[in-house]
Design a binder for this molecule. Structure first.
Ligand SMILES: Nc1ncnc2c1ncn2[C@@H]1O[C@H](COP(=O)(O)OP(=O)(O)OP(=O)(O)O)[C@@H](O)[C@H]1O
Length: 523
């Protein structure tokens, strides 16, 4: 057959450049090329030296039923030597090499099985740009001696368009990888920034004192931690504190909300997927476990994991390895697990809804975070903290004061939504105050604590303690109460600083600010 080489080159280039996705380009080209070359398989492969393997980037034809895209074909010593030799001696070699498929076995054991022809022949076009070897285009046939000099020269014509398509594909993969890394880095840096700018844990010296002691005990170990507490109690905040105080603080902390991810994509989210693993998997993706490598993974709402995912999580904990969806190799991951739930996990284990073996693995060091109604002494400081933070977020040039009686109203509530509910209440009140005019005190007047019988005694106690007090007055009352208990002593084991969980000089500063006499001035 007489071939118009210009027309062939033009049409082939149009097919190769028809898509940004190299798999599609190869698919589009496959049938077209069959009009000129008796091929039954078309593959583009790159060499990955650190994995000592060939990676199939795009594949069409062949006898394999499974998608070959992204599969790794390990090379033995001879294979590595061959690939490295051809990379170093590109100029001296023919651009297209023709050979018998059985001989290819010595280069890449397994490649032949993947293509699916026992016997037959192949042509390999070495793809390079500016003398840098990128990879190869492999054309194969199940017939022996299928390819002639004419086929060889036609394939040679296609070097540049295929090389450019491969170079773009490789760069695109790199960009995606960097994008993912930057994303992780960004999340990490934002957390870090919050940490440095003092997104401190309010109540660490009061209502969360025991919790923080436990955080201190476990943070530097690598043990798994289970955080138990109602919704909004600050489980994520505590998980962050553990990570930041651990030896993994320089690594990433990756959060997974196990209850918010659809079952169908849970595996791919947790463990990643290979390109082509399922419809829509257009690129390889690292899962959250891989992204948390050398850091911490925070599995929020762990009780919501469906049974199949529980099994896979258990396997990861046992083997410290993951397998991407659609992948064949295992990837080691060095990750510390912090899990959290607001559910009664032991009960779920008894009901057969949560695997007992997984429960044992996660429950190495449980920390119970008390609900806000059991640590109401933290409310004034939390309110102060949220007013400062939200006023900054809302770009207010002032921080409005609390109205008289506001704290009493807040204390009378039982806070079923815990700290998050309080945070939202403060935000709502700031919005109202801004609308009423700058500096309008935050009254929490419309705030309805509800009035069921369970809350009544709590309300009565809280009212007597805090009603009609401003924030400073409430803190002042709290300190004065501690000073009375400690008979005016600030420092020492039986001093007010120890009772309040503060450093003595911090307490003295605060007392000075609030005009509370201490030491000689108190007598
Ligand atoms: N001790 C605290 N100091 C300062 N802010 C806190 C504290 N505890 C909780 N918060 C804030 O309250 C909100 C809810 O906290 P967080 O998300 O950690 O709760 P959670 O228990 O993980 O909630 P969920 O169970 O719904 O996931 C967050 O905005 C958090 O910053």
């Amino acid at each position: 057959m007489q071939v118009d080489e210009h027309a062939f080159f033009h049409a082939a280039t149009m097919h190769i450049c028809s898509s940004l996705d190299i798999s599609e380009s190869v698919a589009n080209c496959y049938e077209f090329l069959q009009n000129y070359i008796p091929l039954e398989g078309l593959h583009i492969n790159i060499y990955e030296p650190e994995l000592r393997s060939i990676r199939i980037i795009a594949a069409q034809g062949g006898r394999s039923k499974k998608s070959l895209t992204n599969q790794l074909v390990p090379l033995d010593k001879r294979g590595i030597e061959f690939v490295e030799y051809t990379s170093d001696h590109l100029e001296e070699l023919d651009r297209v090499m023709v050979g018998r498929l059985p001989d290819a076995r010595s280069i890449a054991t397994g490649m032949q099985e993947r293509i699916g022809f026992e016997n037959g022949s192949y042509m390999v076009l070495h793809l390079s740009v500016q003398e840098v070897k990128l990879g190869v285009l492999v054309v194969s046939s199940s017939s022996e001696n299928a390819f002639t000099e004419k086929h060889k020269s036609l394939l040679t014509l296609l070097h540049d368009p295929f090389a450019i398509a491969l170079s773009n594909a490789v760069r695109f993969r790199e960009v995606l990888r960097f994008k993912e890394m930057l994303n992780d880095e960004n999340i990490f840096l934002r957390r870090e920034l919050l940490h440095i700018t003092g997104d401190e844990i309010v109540g660490r010296d009061f209502g969360l004192r025991e919790v923080m002691t436990m955080v201190g005990q476990v943070a530097t170990l690598d043990s798994n931690v289970l955080l138990l507490g109602e919704t909004g109690t600050g489980k994520e905040v505590i998980a962050g504190a553990i990570h930041h105080s651990s030896t993994r603080a320089a690594g990433p902390m990756i959060k997974v909300n196990c209850g918010a991810i659809a079952d169908s994509i849970l595996d791919s989210e947790l463990f990643g997927h290979e390109k082509g693993a399922f419809t829509g998997a257009v690129e390889q993706k690292r899962g959250r476990f891989e992204r948390a490598h050398k850091g911490t993974i925070f599995l929020d709402e762990v009780a919501e994991l469906p049974p199949a995912a529980q099994v896979r999580l258990l396997r990861v904990i046992q083997t410290r390895q993951i397998e991407r969806v659609g992948g064949t190799k295992t990837v080691p991951v060095d990750v510390r697990i912090i899990a959290a739930t607001h559910r009664n996990l032991p009960q779920m284990v008894r009901d057969g809804k949560f695997r007992e073996d997984l429960w044992f693995r996660l429950n190495v060091f449980p920390i119970i975070i008390p609900p806000l109604r059991m640590r109401k002494m933290d409310i004034p400081a939390l309110v102060e903290h949220f007013i400062q933070r939200k006023a900054k977020d809302m770009k207010l040039s002032y921080t409005p004061p609390l109205a008289r009686g506001a704290l009493g109203r807040l204390n009378a509530h039982d806070w079923p939504g815990n700290v998050r509910e309080l945070e939202n209440a403060v935000e709502r009140e700031l919005i109202r105050s801004r609308a009423a005019g700058p500096g309008t005190p935050l009254g929490f007047d419309d705030f309805n604590p509800g009035a069921d019988s369970v809350k009544a005694p709590v309300q009565a106690r809280a009212k007597s303690l805090f009603e009609n007090l401003t924030l400073d007055e409430a803190i002042r009352a709290h300190i004065e109460q501690a000073m009375r208990k400690c008979k005016g002593k600030v420092q020492g084991e039986d001093g007010a600083a120890a009772l309040l969980g503060l450093h003595p000089s911090t307490l003295r500063n605060r007392m000075r600010k609030l005009g509370i006499p201490f030491g000689r001035s108190s007598s």
